[in-house]
Design a protein around this ligand. Structure first.
Ligand code: GDP
Length: 440
């Protein structure tokens, strides 16, 4: 996420961060570089200009040149301004309706249907919410099917009425259905077109007027940069929406949309989409995002993701197994699957402070565990539960079955061994022992 921008900002701020002398000249030079970095990231020209102007004013106001740590102070000013630009505090969603009606808007392909599913899943996991998804795309039967597929995946009911070509009527019937069946949130997925056009705008405006949603969300593909901002403006003029959803932030997004959208439409970004899976949804926190943009990582979100995937029941079972020395490859596989649910590797690495920079140029595969999984799948159930029985000839067979080398198989066994040892130590009240081991 935002790799290019992060790198350029880091370079721009580098001189000031280091111990080199700080003068008015290099502050000005730095800010020029910061502005260039923002423009390269597809941030709107005026926003980039105002941004650097504000940073400069603050720097002068706080007398950056004479402070003890001018470099760090500059970074802090840039961070605070970035946070402010992206909306300041995190904005929640209004769930006060009975039922709460959430209307999705946006262009086709922006990720509306996927996000509708993600949001339903997110709310469902909050336990007190029972969402209903409503399919209002009357032009593409495939879109209705797609929402049903999503609904099946997350176990959320989908209301649709194929053949009915009145989206307002479908939305209303969906809400009535929700009331009858005890759903307290209704998420309405609407049709999008490839570009902003009048027919689409009229249609969504009509739906909006008829159902009076508590939340109207505008979904936009962050890869589209300045276009995203223009589309947002067009939709906001018609709908006066409540919040923005930025999708596809897991890709090679330049960052322009995330940074500019709030100041153009004056509506907060509420959630971000970071992958195609239903779990790839995050609340948008401007300050955490600023940290990530400045290469400072985002440990808080990383920990939260880990907590979301944490299954207490499983953890207890695992603990028992470790205590009894029964930890096997099936458990290892389960662990891998949990980590995978947290997001793709590139994204996770970006959340560790400094890691993106340290791993720059290294190829991080999206599915870094693919080969490990293949090797484990190539083992017999017996081998998985008793890894010590894997001798040289078994190694050869397993590697061959997975299409990998024996060397990789050896590496996996080594990793497995280390992980088992580590877990045993953590169990035996041995946090201290572990620390000692790590210190070497
Ligand atoms: P809609 O036409 O607006 O309903 O868009 P879809 O939900 O069908 O999404 C279009 C494509 O984008 C699909 O292939 C999705 O899997 C993909 N997609 C949606 N959200 C994300 C995301 O956050 N990250 C990535 N990488 N892909 C996404």
């Amino acid at each position: 996420m935002f790799n290019n921008l992060s790198e350029k900002l880091d370079k721009a701020l580098h001189v000031l961060k280091g111990h080199g002398s700080i003068t008015e000249v290099n502050v000005a030079e730095t800010l020029k570089e910061v502005r260039r970095a923002l423009l390269d990231a597809d941030v709107n020209f005026k926003i980039a200009k105002d941004f650097t102007k504000r940073v400069k004013e603050k720097a002068i106001g706080q007398n950056v040149l004479t402070t003890l740590q001018p470099g760090q102070l500059m970074v802090k000013i840039v961070k605070d301004e970035l946070t402010e630009l992206m909306g300041g505090d995190a904005a929640g969603i209004n769930l006060s309706g009975k039922p709460t009606i959430i209307l999705m808007s946006g262009l086709q392909g922006s990720g509306k249907t996927t996000f509708s599913g993600k949001l339903a899943n997110y709310l469902k996991n909050k336990k007190t919410k029972k969402p209903l998804l409503v399919a209002c795309d009357v032009y593409r039967p495939a879109a209705i099917d797609q929402l049903h597929v999503v609904g099946d995946q997350i176990n959320v009911e989908v209301y649709s009425d194929k053949g009915n070509n009145d989206p307002v009527a479908i939305a209303q019937a969906g809400i009535a259905h929700a009331k009858q069946h005890g759903h307290n949130v209704v998420i309405i997925d609407t049709a999008g077109r490839l570009a902003v056009d009048e027919a689409m705008m009229t249609e969504i405006a009509n739906i909006h007027k008829a159902i009076e949603p508590q939340e109207t969300l505008f979904v936009v593909d962050s890869m589209t940069g300045q276009d995203a901002v223009n589309t947002a403006k067009a939709f906001n003029d018609i709908l006066n929406f409540d919040g923005v959803i930025l999708t596809k932030l897991d890709g090679d997004t330049r960052g322009g949309a995330a940074i500019s959208i709030k100041s153009v439409v004056n509506k907060p970004i509420k959630f971000i989409g970071t992958g195609e899976k239903m779990e790839a949804i995050d609340v948008f926190y401007p300050s955490r995002m600023a940290d990530r943009i400045l290469g400072m990582g985002d440990v808080v979100s990383l920990v939260e993701r880990a907590q979301e995937q944490f299954d207490e029941e499983e953890a207890r079972k695992l603990q028992k197994k470790i205590a009894k020395n029964q930890f096997g490859f099936d458990d290892f596989l389960k662990q891998i699957q949990q980590v995978k649910k947290m997001g793709n590797m590139k994204d996770l690495v970006g959340m560790i402070p400094g890691a993106s920079k340290a791993m720059k140029g290294m190829e991080i595969e999206d599915d870094a565990f693919k080969h490990i999984e293949a090797l484990i799948h190539s083992m017999t159930p017996e081998e998985r539960s008793k890894p010590s029985m894997i001798n040289a000839s078994r190694k050869k067979r397993i590697a061959k079955g997975a299409g990998r080398s024996v060397q990789e198989m050896n590496q996996l066994l080594k990793q497995f061994d280390q992980m088992s040892k580590m877990m045993k130590m953590m169990q035996g009240g041995g946090g201290r022992k572990l620390m000692q081991m790590m210190k070497g």
